[in-house]
Design a protein around this ligand. Structure first.
Ligand code: PMP
Length: 448
């Protein structure tokens, strides 16, 4: 696998010059930001390479170039945080403190909110689940990360519309109080965005707090805790162009100060005796052990970079490409786009389709092996939702990000149309790990 930057430049110029369709300004259909995978070439079956098209960014996004550069600059100083007297250790300690402030600022945290660094959204929601003093209400549309951690959980089935779903939530909370309502900011299956400001008002009207799973929303939209009156926000760096293993839980301190430490160990304690432990309060309580300095710094830098790109610009870029994607899918025979809500009028650059006939797993394998296009097939860790809204057992998801271009969308639509109409050009077999080419002559990448 070769990464040819000169070719990348040329191809991105092509992407920028591609017809953007009615109403979509040309520049918006070029990549919005430079990412580490720009210009990556991947081998295809039968020989040759093509420019990789990454339409799986909802799962994990490549690093922003500026994040990679930041990490490279900090690595010479890498040293222990908080415990070292040396210059590098103090520099790195300051960097982590600044990163916490950057993250807090980016998500509109209130002065007394905590920013607890975690591994990812799953980790953040598990931490919050250990702190909730009572029941948690969730919708059935949630990713498993926002469905499974809650110890006392009540699940409300989504309705055909967002409006009816909010009514159902309202009725549930009116019938029986809950400590917390935890909702996704946007579905990782359909990209549909939920009205979190309205849901926050609804929760608070019934005396419940609100947590938002912003794993999908945050990389695409500015989310503001104070402005939207949210109590907690959970998100992952690896979906926000900082794939170095850090995420965060941001929000109200009181429950977290009362909760058992997320990890027991050094850094989370004031004093330790054989007979007892004085656990700290604040973020330290839940961040025992050596923190993931690189991940934390990368996450903060990525959020700062997203802020620099600007919310409106990101929305415009995504809107243009998402419309192009959905317009193309609507025109394809044999595929059906999955929707959760009839009245959802706002969606991220995510589209999941199911096939009238055939296997989406096979199609995803052929898209990769024959066309160099990465997508995802499955139920996307949202089984209850998928099983309620889909007709088939699996879907194929294409997801866009800041590195996506109109050319990416067009290549996907073109390849999908050909595969649906004619089937793959090569033979595939089903293995325990999914569909694979029967003969795979693609060389392994040289990563050393
Ligand atoms: N929530 C949503 C909406 C997601 O899309 C994902 C990841 N697919 C998660 C939570 C879990 O994120 P992570 O794997 O980073 O913990």
């Amino acid at each position: 696998m070769t990464r040819v930057l000169a070719a990348a430049g040329a191809q991105q110029a092509d992407a920028a010059a591609a017809p953007a369709g009615p109403g979509a300004p040309l520049a918006l259909c070029a990549p919005l930001a430079a990412l580490a995978d720009a210009g990556l070439e991947v081998p295809v079956l039968g020989g040759g390479v093509v420019r990789h098209v990454n339409l799986d960014v909802a799962a994990s996004a490549p690093a922003l170039d500026s994040v990679v550069a930041h990490v490279a600059r900090l690595l010479p100083y890498y040293a222990s945080v908080h415990r070292g007297s040396g210059y590098p250790s103090q520099a790195i300690t300051a960097l982590v403190d600044e990163a916490r402030a950057t993250v807090a600022g980016h998500v509109g945290a209130r002065d007394d909110d905590l920013v607890v660094f975690t591994r990812n959204t799953t980790d953040a929601l598990n931490l919050l689940a250990s702190a909730v003093p009572g029941e948690t209400v969730v919708l059935d549309i949630e990713h498993h990360a926002n469905l499974l951690p809650w110890r006392e959980r009540r699940v409300v089935a989504g309705r055909a519309t967002i409006a009816a779903t909010l009514e159902a939530l309202d009725a549930e909370l009116a019938a029986r109080p809950a400590a917390l309502l935890s909702v996704t900011g946007a579905s990782n299956v359909t990209g549909e965005v939920l009205p979190i400001d309205r849901i926050a008002r609804l929760a608070h009207a019934h005396g419940a707090r609100i947590a938002v799973d912003a794993a999908q929303l945050l990389p695409h939209r500015r989310v503001d805790l104070a402005a939207s009156d949210l109590d907690y926000l959970a998100f992952s760096g690896h979906k926000a162009y900082a794939p170095f293993g850090a995420g965060a839980l941001v929000g109200r301190a009181d429950w977290l100060d009362e909760a058992p430490p997320h990890l027991a160990g050094g850094g989370a304690v004031g004093a330790v005796g054989i007979g007892g432990v004085d656990w700290k309060r604040g973020a330290d309580r839940h961040e025992a052990g050596t923190p993931n300095v690189v991940g934390i710094a990368a996450l903060a830098r990525a959020l700062a970079e997203l802020e620099r790109l600007g919310d409106e610009c990101r929305r415009e870029h995504e809107r243009a490409l998402t419309e192009r994607l959905h317009r193309g899918l609507a025109a394809l025979r044999g595929v059906r786009v999955i929707r959760g809500f009839d009245d959802a009028d706002d969606r991220l650059g995510i589209a999941t389709v199911e096939l009238e006939r055939g296997s989406v797993g096979l199609l995803a394998a052929a898209l990769a092996a024959e066309h160099g296009i990465s997508v995802r097939a499955g139920r996307f860790c949202a089984h209850p939702f998928f099983d309620r809204v889909a007709r088939r057992s699996n879907g194929l998801r294409a997801s866009l990000g800041a590195g996506s271009s109109a050319d990416d969308v067009d290549r996907f639509l073109d390849a999908l149309a050909r595969l649906v109409a004619d089937g793959p050009a090569h033979a595939y077999e089903r293995t325990p790990g999914g569909w694979c080419p029967r003969v795979d002559d693609r060389p392994r990448p040289e990563i050393d």
